[in-house]
Design a protein around this ligand. Structure first.
Ligand code: F3S
Length: 65
């Protein structure tokens, strides 16, 4: 599983980072981005789905593959 954050949608709610700090980093402006290339290790997939479900802007996308 791979994820990305849509920079046009992200409004800096930081719930993604609160739920899965292993997968997201938030910059000084509150903009979230994925750590590395967005590949989610199997043991963190549950957290990734949680973050996707909890982003109020639906800014987090799961990519196929
Ligand atoms: Fe942005 Fe959603 Fe995270 S708005 S900071 S991707 S919870």
């Amino acid at each position: 599983m791979k994820i990305r954050v849509d920079p046009d949608r992200c409004q800096g709610h930081a719930r993604c980072y609160a739920l899965a700090p292993e997968l997201f980093s938030v910059d000084d402006y509150g903009q979230s981005s994925v750590v590395g290339d967005g590949t989610v290790p199997a043991e963190l997939e549950e957290k990734a789905h949680l973050a996707i479900a909890n982003c109020p802007e639906s800014a987090i996308e799961a990519l196929a593959g």
